[in-house]
Design a protein around this ligand. Structure first.
Ligand SMILES: [Zn+2]
Length: 65
């Protein structure tokens, strides 16, 4: 049976987990409507990707459910 060679100390676990953090969002500007969007994703504002309309946007923004 295979077992870990030694105990992993709390400090070692803590050092490893100290690297576990969120990076700031990398946003790009939509060339169509100039709003911030995620790169390589269809713009949620105008539905354009690569200069073409890809999805239809329903005109019901921030209305709340
Ligand atoms: Zn857009």
């Amino acid at each position: 049976m295979i077992a870990p060679k030694g105990k992993i100390s709390k400090a070692r676990t803590g050092h490893r987990r100290s690297q576990w953090k969120l990076k700031p969002l990398n946003l790009s500007v939509c060339p169509q409507c100039h709003v911030l969007k995620l790169p390589h994703r269809v713009c949620a504002e105008c539905g354009y990707y690569n200069g073409k309309p890809v999805i239809e946007i329903k005109e019901k923004k921030s209305a709340g459910k």
